[in-house]
Design a binder for this molecule. Structure first.
Ligand code: NAD
Length: 732
């Protein structure tokens, strides 16, 4: 069995069908690409073949390149990974260019064979770059299909000619949403935008007729024809100049300069626009090589594509536990979290019982789904029928008897152990013996809460992040007695609601909050020390954090910080390390500057709640010092505060798998995605340098930066996390 098959028909049309055996979606492998070339050579040499149609045997066309291949090519290059990668890319260009020239005479541009693509559904990445090299693209009117080049979203850019062809086809300005933002479109819209040529009920038939009737002129790409002018103007044209200057500024504003792929994409587009097409492809290949061999790209691919996918497919699911798919979920507490959890569950088709103390509160929780759905309808992302069906799945109630048939309970009542114990007992009186009970607590130890349960092996933490409908990560926390079935249930549930799970052991603040709190605290400490708040915020953004620590604490609210600080101090007693931070946030709270919700925090807000500049009054209490630290020092303090917690979590067995540490950090709190996550970042720095930096930071700022034993040991051995803890190393 092979990924591509060739059929030559009597009417002179050869059909090349892409159908990867045993896969739901076509992805391109190296072997398959040379197979396509052989088929192409065969058809071009065969006089009986008048034209070629490339299509798919699956409902979709193709999902793109197998990203595992891209990661492997550089690794296989040994001492010369860049050369191996460049050669690999150039070989791809050669094959695609052969499709595009289709055997025509290079001088007269005559005598080529028409080649069209017939897409039954989705075509992404190289699954759209191959069609772009053909002479005409037909797509079925499949509203679920997505067409485009989303490479930028995993830290690379379209490097199989997609960048060069799209810029030449549409112009840089028109191409920018597809290249720079990875925007994809359904077929009708893709046609209107000029990404594809035709939408046809039977795209293979339409393509077939087209290739049989196409003339020499029809198959010459504009950029190969004489007198080609780039739509929107080349970079040296006034309009083109404006486009590139604007795009460069826009990319920098969005990426703060930390994503190599965005910069390389712009360079490939700009430099490529100044030279002939084939040279442009070589330039694209050079920039693409740079991106693929950049440690950031491989780390992003590893975390955001390979490992995220593995976790979603159940990489850490306990073996041998039968399917635990949830049929009916009971949600206790219809507040902010409960309402969100009800929505995402019903959206996945799960029946929901949403319970609160008062009917009014339960109804309000259900109304939250209605609000989200109305918004989705107004944006044409849902329909009144879907809204009704989803709302029908949610029963808002105060009656515990309604929970009787639930196979999973998610508790999201107030963060109070007494109340949580009461509801746990009340639920266990009505539900079946097999029901799994999950708590959404963010701060209380799972093993302690499980004491209220008669079935602690069926008790687990399922920690959602706010806002539930937007956040992609769910943290599953195992208490001391949590059994495999509860873990499998939580994982199967998270899969049903299409989020990414990580599974961690029980410890203060679990994993995500454990790492993010020190980040916020480090920012606040610096305010107290006199570091300019603007420097703190910018240092964070320039190193890839989505929000500076002061903005983040404004968003989550200062009073929540005060509450957590008080509870942590009570639990830790003399060992509590953050009194310096408390002085600042307690003062802020006393001043009524509770953050965004109060329209006053570290930042100022206008009456509509829109964030303005940093609050100038802060300097009266904490004057800005005359001497300011180096940018890198501020960045290292902010990042080390987080990553050392991740290392400690691994050392203590809270984190059980480094993949979860990295994926969880990016999806859970936005840890500098360009780095691939905290452990990937440490691998880039190297353990010896990291240990040195820890020592220097510890000497300057205190023991919170002390080098963990694990890192010290890795430094001695010059080890990397992805070597020492690689899943395969574990299995060996
Ligand atoms: P919330 O105050 O918005 O909602 C709590 C709801 O529980 C209220 O509607 C309340 O009426 C209801 N409730 C209280 N006692 C009850 C009882 N005995 N029976 C039934 N319902 C009862 O709080 P929230 O922000 O939704 O947080 C809920 C839980 O989720 C807490 O444990 C919190 O720590 C956790 N959590 C919150 C966040 C967040 O960002 N807010 C994030 C993750 C986890």
């Amino acid at each position: 069995m092979t990924d591509f098959t060739l059929e030559k028909h009597d009417d002179g049309v050869a059909i090349i069908t892409w159908d990867c055996p045993g896969k739901v979606m076509n992805v391109l492998t190296r072997e398959a690409f040379s197979l396509v070339e052989n088929m192409l050579d065969d058809c071009l040499a065969d006089d009986a073949v008048k034209g070629i149609v490339i299509t798919s045997g699956k409902p979709d066309f193709a999902a793109g390149m197998d990203l595992n291949v891209l990661a492997a090519v550089a690794a296989e290059g040994g001492d010369a990974p860049e050369q191996a990668t460049f050669d690999f890319i150039m070989n791809g260009h050669r094959i695609l260019r052969k499709i595009e020239r289709a055997g025509m005479d290079p001088k007269t541009l005559k005598g080529g064979k028409p080649i069209a693509t017939a897409m039954p559904g989705t075509g992404l990445g190289i699954g759209f770059e191959i069609p772009l090299a053909t002479h005409r693209i037909f797509a079925a009117p499949n509203p679920k299909a997505k067409i485009g080049l989303p490479e930028i979203l995993v830290g690379i850019f379209p490097g199989a000619g997609g960048t060069t062809r799209l810029v030449r086809k549409m112009g840089a300005m028109a191409a920018s949403p597809y290249l720079l933002e990875g925007k994809t479109l359904a077929p009708e819209k893709a046609k209107a935008a000029g990404l594809i040529d035709e939408v046809a009920d039977d795209p293979v038939q339409a393509a077939r007729e087209w290739v049989l009737n196409a003339t020499d002129g029809d198959i010459v790409k504009p950029w190969d024809a004489k007198g080609y002018k780039m739509p929107g103007g080349a970079p040296y044209h006034p309009a083109g100049f404006m486009t590139y200057v604007g795009a460069s500024a826009m990319v920098h504003a969005n990426t703060w300069g930390v994503y190599p792929a965005a910069k390389a994409l712009l360079s490939a587009a700009y430099e490529g626009a100044l030279v002939p097409f084939d040279t442009a492809l070589t330039i694209e290949a050079r920039h693409f090589t740079g991106v693929l061999c950049h440690p950031s790209s491989s780390a992003m691919i590893r975390s955001l594509f390979i490992n995220k996918g593995a976790l979603e497919k159940g990489a850490v699911r306990p073996e041998g536990v039968e399917d635990q798919k949830v049929k009916k979920v009971g949600i206790l507490g219809a507040g902010m979290m409960g309402a969100g959890i009800a929505y995402v569950s019903a959206k996945a088709g799960i029946e929901v019982v949403l319970l609160d103390q008062k009917q009014e509160a339960a109804d309000k929780g259900k109304a939250y789904s209605e609000t989200l759905l109305d918004k989705a309808i107004s944006r044409k992302r849902s329909t009144p029928e879907k809204k009704e069906a989803l709302l029908n799945l949610i029963e808002a109630t105060t009656d515990y008897q309604a929970l009787k048939d639930c196979d999973l309970i998610v508790e999201a009542v107030f963060e109070d152990p007494g109340i949580k114990a009461t509801v746990t007992k009340a639920v266990e009186e009505v539900v079946g013996e097999d029901t799994i009970f999950a708590t959404n607590t963010s701060t209380l130890p799972i093993s302690e809460l499980a004491k209220a349960s008669a079935r602690p092996e069926q008790f687990i933490g399922i920690h959602f992040f706010s806002p539930v409908d937007k956040m992609l990560l769910v943290e599953i926390i195992k208490g001391k007695e949590t059994g495999d079935r509860a873990t499998a249930k939580a994982l199967d549930y998270v899969r049903q609601i299409r989020k990414t799970p990580i599974v961690v052991n029980d410890a203060r603040f679990f994993y995500a909050n454990r790492c993010i709190i020190p980040y916020i605290n480090e920012g606040i400490r610096m305010v107290k020390e006199g570091v300019a708040p603007a420097m703190i915020e910018h240092a964070a953004k320039l190193v890839g954090m989505p929000l500076g620590p002061l903005q983040l604490v404004d968003e989550t609210s200062i009073d929540l910080g005060v509450k957590i600080a008080k509870a942590t101090k009570a639990a830790m007693g003399d060992a509590y390390p953050d009194s310096a931070v408390d002085e600042v946030i307690f003062w802020m709270a006393d001043e009524g500057r509770l953050g965004k919700k109060a329209n006053a925090g570290f930042y100022e807000y206008d009456e509509k709640g829109k964030r303005q500049g940093l609050w100038s009054g802060l300097a009266d209490q904490y004057p800005v010092a005359a001497d300011q630290p180096e940018l890198i020092e501020v960045q290292h303090r902010l990042l080390f505060a987080q990553v050392l917690e991740a290392v400690r979590a691994l050392e203590e067995g809270v984190l059980m798998d480094i993949r979860e540490g990295d994926v969880g950090a990016i999806l859970g709190w936005g840890f500098a995605p360009w780095s691939g996550g905290p452990l990937s970042w440490l691998d880039m720095l190297g353990a010896p340098y990291t240990a040195e930096r820890c020592d220097a930071l510890q000497a300057a700022y205190g023991d919170r930066f002390a080098c963990p034993d694990l890192l010290r040991d890795m430094a001695k051995k010059s080890q990397k996390f992805y070597k020492r803890f690689a899943p395969e190393a574990k299995a060996a």
